[in-house]
Structure formats: C-alpha cells, structure tokens
Design a protein around this ligand. Structure first.
Ligand code: IPE
Ligand code: IPE
Ligand code: MG
Length: 257
C-alpha cells in the first residue's frame, strides 16, 4: 500500500481491503464526480434540503483528501449546473452562501496540500461575493500541481461546446479546414486537463445531466446508490477498484491501457 494511505486507512477495515486491491501503476488520471442526492438525504431525515447541502461539504473534503493520497492528479466536481438556477430562489441563495463559507474555511486544505483550484462554467454570471472568494483562492493556488480541482459552477456541457465554437470563430486566424478534435478540445473549459477516465455519480441516477458531454466520450461510469452526504473514502476506493476491472477498448477489439 502507498505510504500516503497509511494512517488514513484503518488496519483490518473494508477500506484497507479495497486499498490492497488497487494497482497504483494504473490510477485514473482524472476522476469526475456528479455529487447528487443532498436533497433526498435531508428529506430522509426530515431536515430542510439545505442541511443536505451542508452535510455534502464534508464529503467533498474527504473526497479531496482521498484523491490526494491516492495520487489522482485531476478531480472535477459538479457543484452547480446551469439548470440548477430553476430551483427555488432560497435554495439557490443558500447554495452560493455555503460555497462562500466553504472557500473561506477550507482554503487551508488546498494551500497546505499544493492543490490548485480552477472553475469551469460560465464564471461571469456567478454572484459577486462568490467570485471574490474564488478569485482569491484561484490566485493563491494557481501554481500548485499536486492535484487540480476543476469546480463546475454554473456549468452546462452544451453551453461549454457553444462557448468553444464562439471562441474558435471569433479568432481572426480561424481556419475551418484545419479544425480537428484536438484543436476543438483546446477551446473547452477543460483544455488543460486530460479527459476523465472515471465518472462517479451518487444517488443512483443513471444519467449525465449535462456534465462534460464532450469529454466523457470514453469515460468509465460508476454509479452508487449512496446519497452524496454519505460518500466516504471507501466509496472512492471502491470506484477505483471497479474501474481497474473494466476493459477499455476505445472502439478497438483489444483492451487498451
Ligand atoms: C446535489 O444534490 C447538489 C446540487 C445539485 C446542487 P441535489 O440538491 O440535486 O439533491 P437531490 O437530487 O434533490 O436529492
Ligand atoms: C446534477 O444534479 C448537477 C449537480 C450535481 C450539480 P441534478 O440534481 O441537478 O440533476 P438532475 O436534475 O437530477 O438530472
Ligand atoms: Mg439532484
């Protein structure tokens, strides 16, 4: 087992059993997570939805720490979709306030561990106070390279593709005959990251909900029935173990690594 996991994982636990199965030479380089089920988690307990969102922040902290110790270099987290503005105003306002609080309190985890924070999504339309905190944290962490978090805020996969087209054609040197998939991908919000190897969705829903549409073309998908606030280190370990059992062919007839 990796040195970084010792002390983090209890000897004799389910987590240890899973960690021992992981091949550290074949880690997913980018894990994308649709953090879903906060509302249902709260409802199950007779609590307001907001309490589910609050509890979900603990899962984010644990996911980040686990990814770091596993040596996963890219993590993308779907936190607020472009479609989530349809929700009642009170819920939307609370979500942004929780994010603001999170950035104020949890920036230490990023700063102390060389974690870079980037936002993907239509940044210009985020509330001013949230942008202020994000600008600060992004500036403080911009040179870190151990782990990059792509935080999806006001994010839509289709919007991202349309934005990429707009950016491409507004370049006066744009030459349509030279356009290929690589060049197109360089205009997406995720230009600096590899495509996700593994996509995790909590709460049992079997859909993509407009997340990273272009990038998930060949991503392995793993869904757990657990609600996001119940997601813990063992769940990421389980997802990685399952990922490593998959045979990725990318259209070929033989498995590719
Ligand atoms: C995910 O949990 C968080 C966001 C989408 C912001 P939900 O709020 O979607 O929870 P459910 O799906 O209603 O249970
Ligand atoms: C996806 O969850 C968006 C986030 C997790 C931020 P939703 O709860 O918005 O997705 P649907 O509506 O169930 O597809
Ligand atoms: Mg949901």
């Amino acid at each position: 087992m990796l040195e970084d996991l010792k002390g983090f994982i209890q000897p004799g636990s389910r987590e240890e059993e899973l960690a021992l199965k992981i091949d550290f030479g074949r880690m997913p380089q980018h894990v994308a997570v649709i953090m879903d089920g906060n509302g249902r988690w709260a409802k199950q307990r007779g609590l307001p939805r907001m309490e589910g969102h609050r509890a979900g922040s603990k899962s984010v902290r644990e996911l980040v720490e686990t990814a770091l110790r596993l040596g996963i270099p890219y993590l993308s987290l779907y936190a607020f979709s472009k479609e989530n503005w349809k929700r009642p105003r009170r819920e939307v306002t609370t979500l942004w306030r929780l994010l603001e609080d999170y950035l104020r309190k949890e920036d230490k985890q990023l700063l102390e561990n060389n974690i870079r924070l980037k936002v993907i999504g239509q940044y210009q339309d985020l509330p001013g106070k949230v942008k202020k905190e994000l600008d600060r944290v992004m500036e403080q962490t911009k040179d870190f390279e151990r782990l990059t978090i792509l935080l999806a805020l006001n994010y839509g996969g289709r919007a991202e593709i349309v934005d990429a087209v707009k950016r491409l054609v507004s370049d006066k040197d744009f030459d349509v005959s030279a356009l290929d998939e690589q060049e197109f991908a360089r205009h997406l919000y995720t230009a600096q990251a590899p495509d996700p190897d593994l996509l995790i969705r909590t709460s049992g829903e079997l859909r993509i909900s407009n997340f990273l549409l272009w990038q998930v073309a060949y991503t392995e998908i793993w869904v757990t029935n657990k609600y996001w606030p119940d997601f813990r280190k063992g769940d990421l370990l389980e997802a990685v173990v399952e990922y490593q059992k998959r045979e990725r062919r990318f259209g070929d007839i033989l498995p590719r690594r």
